[in-house]
Write a protein that binds this ligand. Structure first.
Ligand code: FAD
Length: 448
């Protein structure tokens, strides 16, 4: 695996971390019931739920770098209901009923996350701020209103349209034309959430091995044999919780590809700056572009802004965490969105990879008759989803047929990505079409 070592130093959440526990690397040969590859939200949640369901299970979590090294330690911390890349794409691909089921799944994922925080008194700066999807050009007004109407036609009343004035009463920007308001969403500090999951999974008896890269997966006599740098693991069941790195594991190349997203965080806003832009409700915000921008306040009142033009590397190369062009774009974006903040100092810059499947739909699948489970394609919306996915993985590992394992995105037949260079040509064509659409909509905004 060509990792992206040294990539997360710029990350605000990592800098804000007070202490970090370190688990030893695997040394020697061990045998467990379940081996989990990947120590992000998915792997830790799966291990936590498995141990809670069956305390007798021997579980090893094998993490190549440190827990949270992937997207889990670098995301924006939006706890949201968006499933897959976009509502309109999900409807076009899977139909209205599946959009309804996916939304209900995400609502239950947020409820499960909040219940977990409450049950274990987890300090992860969780705030039920709600979520605004903002229209910054006329084309986005109708698209966002269509989404609200779609949900209403499905009996879902979780979204409300705010017109320009209603929105301005919450947050002021000359480019905001209206928004969809979804009160059921929240924000958290992803690294504090990650550290809590890690503690709870380990307290339940799962064993975490950091600095333990799995370099080979073999299957002999119904047992998996995983080769790591300084040891091996034999296991009856295997969970690939490797997200955007999954393609680097031999045999898993075509399941997903990594897409990079970049983030900047400003210095803390002064009281005057806060007063000028409003934002008393601290809502999480996204805009309506295909290459959406997402932004929020941190606990100490900095603006975290991410997104904009994304990047899909050739052959899934993972050494793309730094992107000065994307960071400059975000810096300009903050000034254009909030003119009183033009020129504000950027204190943190980083990037990371999320996982995309061929049809941009999250997928939990099984291999070898259910002995191995993988989870890919949470896109940039995996914070709440991964926690619930951990329960699906639990049920699949335990061989239970439940409402969760019956969900339409579990064990769905999916098309594999083609090999390079066709993959790159396809990805570039789709991204070019998305960028053209964004340019067209923004051009109409400029002509207003
Ligand atoms: C910049 C960015 C912003 C985002 N913002 C949000 C947001 O605001 N809200 C939201 O809902 N979602 C967001 N996401 C998406 C969300 O972070 C992910 O969906 C989620 O963290 C995925 O968790 P995971 O555990 O599946 O994967 P990861 O956190 O990527 O974990 C995979 C782990 O597997 C390890 N690994 C890989 N290969 C091996 C191997 N061979 N051996 C051992 N270990 C291995 C990696 O080191 C890594 O730690 C964002 C993503 C990015 C990149």
């Amino acid at each position: 695996m060509n990792g992206s070592a040294g990539a997360i130093e710029g990350c605000y959440w990592q800098a804000d971390r007070e202490t970090r526990e370190v688990s030893p690397a695997l040394s020697g040969d061990i045998k467990v019931d379940v081996a989990v590859i990947g120590g992000g939200f998915t792997g830790l949640a799966a291990a936590y739920h498995l141990k809670a369901a069956d305390p007798g299970l021997e579980i090893a979590i094998l993490e190549a770098e440190t827990a949270g090294f992937g997207a889990s330690g670098r995301n924006a911390g939006f706890v949201m209901t968006l499933f897959g890349a976009s509502v309109s794409l999900m409807k076009a691909l899977h139909g209205k009923e599946r959009v309804r089921q996916a939304h209900q799944y995400m609502v239950s994922a947020i409820a499960a996350l909040e219940a977990m925080i409450g049950k274990h008194a987890i300090d992860c700066d969780y705030e039920r701020t709600g979520f605004l999807k903002i229209a910054t050009a006329p084309a986005y007004i109708s698209r966002i209103q269509d989404e609200i109407e779609l949900f209403q036609s499905l009996g879902i009343e979780d979204f409300e349209w705010l017109d320009r004035d209603q929105l301005a009463a919450r947050i002021r920007s000359p480019v905001f034309l209206g928004a969809s308001w979804e009160p059921g969403c929240g924000l958290l500090n992803p690294v504090k959430w990650l550290d809590a999951l890690r503690r709870l999974a380990c307290a339940n008896g799962a064993r975490l091995f950091e600095g333990t890269r799995v370099t080979e997966v073999q299957r002999e006599n119904s047992l998996y044999r995983l080769t790591c740098d300084h040891g091996t693991v034999s296991a009856e069941k295997l969970v690939f919780a490797t997200n955007a790195y999954t393609h680097l594991i031999p045999g898993m190349r075509s399941k997903q590809l990594p897409a990079f997203s970049y983030i900047v965080v400003t210095e803390p806003l002064s009281d005057n700056q806060r007063a000028e832009i409003g934002w008393a409700g601290r809502e999480g915000i996204e805009d309506g572009l295909n290459f959406m921008h997402y932004y929020r306040l941190t606990q100490d009142d900095r603006i975290l802004a991410g997104g904009g033009p994304g990047f899909i590397p050739f052959a899934g190369r993972m050494n793309n965490d730094a992107c000065p062009k994307a960071w400059s774009h975000l810096e300009r974006f903050i000034g254009e969105t909030f003119p009183p903040l033009r020129g504000i100092r950027i204190a943190h810059r980083w990037g990371g990879a999320f996982s995309v499947t061929l049809n941009s739909t999250p997928q939990i699948g099984t291999l070898h008759g259910g002995s191995a489970i993988y989870s890919v394609g949470c896109t940039g919306h995996g914070v709440a989803m991964t926690h619930m996915n951990g329960r699906i993985i639990r049920d699949l590992v335990l061989g239970r047929n439940t409402e969760l394992t019956d969900l339409w995105f579990v064990n769905r037949r999916s098309l594999p990505f083609p090999p390079e260079p066709f993959r790159a040509i396809g990805a570039k064509s789709v991204m070019a079409a998305m960028a053209l659409d964004d340019w067209w909509c923004d051009r109409r905004r400029e002509q207003q």
